[in-house]
Design a protein around this ligand. Structure first.
Ligand code: SF4
Length: 230
């Protein structure tokens, strides 16, 4: 199976009844500012370079962001932060992405979510996270070029560690703890190391309060590039 086939298949998934209901009802209700726009209202596939060396693992698409545009981490403020940082790091062709088909090209990077459907209050349940974990594992298996994973927030960090452990990767013990700038070396089943780097999630709660600044996010991407170039 190819990555493109996986991306196509995930958009048809209906395994989580609460999320199916939420993603579709948000798409029907629409926010007033997007009333004239079509909403995707389905699972959102990961976005970016199929031969990425860098995977950016977030949480889930936003109700009026990816659930509207159909593209991972676009169309909302958190997504704007991620794509602006990728642009500053030289991996995105443009600093933002407001609508599908706007010409965005991502080089070397791919935005990935451990939960592919927008959840109410941005909070998937443990069962929903568990249900979607198989998609993450299959995706990571289909991108052997990945060298570095940036986990945006503790849930992404945990989902990544659980996912790769289930794939037979070696995870250090005791389990590495999440933190902004935290790093861990994970070892694929074939012995190839993949570095995990932690970053605070660019949620409005973090960016409005200054817990995460553009400089801090840029430093995480700079560190990833440094590891890549070694
Ligand atoms: Fe399927 Fe994942 Fe969406 Fe659940 S969250 S319906 S497992 S794509």
């Amino acid at each position: 199976r190819t990555l493109a086939e996986l991306d196509a298949r995930v958009t048809k998934c209906r395994a989580c009844p609460r999320l199916v209901d939420w993603r579709e009802s948000v798409a029907k209700g629409k926010r007033a500012s997007f009333a004239g726009e079509p909403y995707w209202g389905r699972p959102v596939a990961s976005l970016g370079d199929p031969e990425a060396w860098l995977g950016i693992i977030g949480l889930a698409p936003a109700a009026h962001g990816g659930n509207r545009t159909g593209r991972m981490f676009t169309g909302d403020r958190s997504g704007d932060w991620i794509h602006a940082a990728l642009y500053r790091a030289g991996m995105n062709s443009q600093p933002d992405s407001k609508v599908a088909g706007d010409g965005l090209v991502m080089t070397g990077a791919r935005t990935i979510a451990p939960v592919h459907c927008a959840p109410p209050d941005n909070k998937p349940t443990p069962d929903e996270r568990h249900a979607c974990a198989g998609w993450l594992r299959r995706e990571l298996q289909l991108i052997p070029t990945l060298e570095i994973l940036i986990a945006l927030g503790g849930i992404a960090w945990q989902a990544t560690l659980s996912g790769v452990r289930a794939m037979g990767w070696d995870v250090p013990r005791p389990q590495p703890r999440f933190g902004h700038g935290a790093e861990a070396v994970l070892t694929r089943a074939d012995g190839v190391p993949v570095r995990l780097v932690g970053s605070y999630h660019p949620s409005q709660q973090n960016t409005f309060t200054g817990r995460l600044t553009t400089e801090m996010l840029d430093a995480v991407f700079a560190r990833a590039k440094e590891i890549h170039q070694v």
